[in-house]
Ligand binder design. Structure first.
Ligand SMILES: O=C(O)CCC(=O)C(=O)O
Length: 276
């Protein structure tokens, strides 16, 4: 009998049963900013006969650019004082409400309609393996590629789709840093995940920042110290949150999103990077 080629999910490295001890940074929401953001018109208003966003046809970048979501540039004072996670040899900052709930909902819906999503395939120990999530990516330099985990991510479109460009602009304004690449991860439900890894690939600016914006369902980000595996830090990434990893964080820590089978909803992360 012919041997069937086994396609495996590569990224199931963390035991999600250890997830009950959640450590959630507590940061007060800025209601003024939130009200302001919430008052903005959502990108795609659902009409009565189109209630289910998931059934809507994919929109093109062109359509999207004509109707961008209104994301307020992050300038409120509370965004200037994020929560610094207590981790040795790391600089990780958490902003709980970078985007308002309304902006999150519309952005999530917009992003799921992008036509670029695919499930990357890796080769691990000679076997083909699918990533346990969907990805797409965009860059300020369309010819540049980002190589990670044995795969190559290039720009899926010549320019950033406008909603993503708006998030990037807001981030850059807030952080006083520039990003030239974004990798989007779509975890369709709690079965999707990313294994523990450090974003320390060649091609990234050494000790550059990585800024990750979350929309959709809450998921747990697990940090594990490389040389002391029992040192673990878990952070619940709320919808609309921003987490920024800076400095030598990638040198000393790995991070990943484990499977959490109780999570039924989807989540998308936009991970902005600095390529050389
Ligand atoms: O989805 C996330 O929050 C983490 C994504 C991540 O670790 C990565 O893209 O390298």
């Amino acid at each position: 009998m012919a041997k069937r080629k086994r396609i495996i999910d590569v990224e199931e490295t963390i035991d999600s049963s250890s997830m009950n001890q959640r450590q959630k940074p507590r940061i007060a929401m800025n209601s003024t900013l939130d009200k302001f953001l919430a008052s903005n018109r959502p990108f795609r208003e659902t009409t009565k006969d189109k209630q289910d966003d998931h059934k809507m046809a994919a929109v093109t970048s062109d359509q999207m650019d004509k109707n961008p979501p209104h994301l307020q540039q992050a300038s409120a004072s509370h965004l200037r004082s994020p929560h610094k996670l207590s981790m040795t040899d790391a600089e990780v900052f958490y902003y709980s409400s970078f985007l308002s709930p309304t902006s999150c909902t519309s952005l999530y819906s917009t992003l799921t309609s992008l036509p670029y999503w695919q499930r990357p395939t890796f080769k691990i120990f000679g076997r083909q393996a699918h990533a346990a999530r969907l990805t797409c990516s965009f860059s300020s330099h369309p010819s540049k590629e980002y190589r990670y985990s044995g795969t190559i991510a290039g720009a899926d479109a010549p320019t950033y789709p406008l909603p993503i460009k708006q998030v990037k602009d807001s981030l850059e304004l807030l952080l006083h840093e520039k990003f030239n690449f974004v990798l989007l991860n779509w975890y369709r439900d709690g079965n999707d995940s990313i294994g523990e890894h450090a974003d320390d690939e060649r091609g990234l600016i050494p000790n550059g920042s990585i800024a990750c914006v979350s929309v959709g369902a809450e998921r747990t980000l697990v940090f594990r110290k490389k040389n002391e595996k029992s040192q673990v830090k878990k952070v619940i990434l709320e919808a609309g949150s921003l987490i920024v990893m800076k400095g030598e964080t990638q040198k000393f820590w790995k991070h990943g999103i484990p499977k959490e089978r109780k999570v039924l909803g989807g989540r998308i992360s936009l991970t902005f990077r600095q390529l050389e």
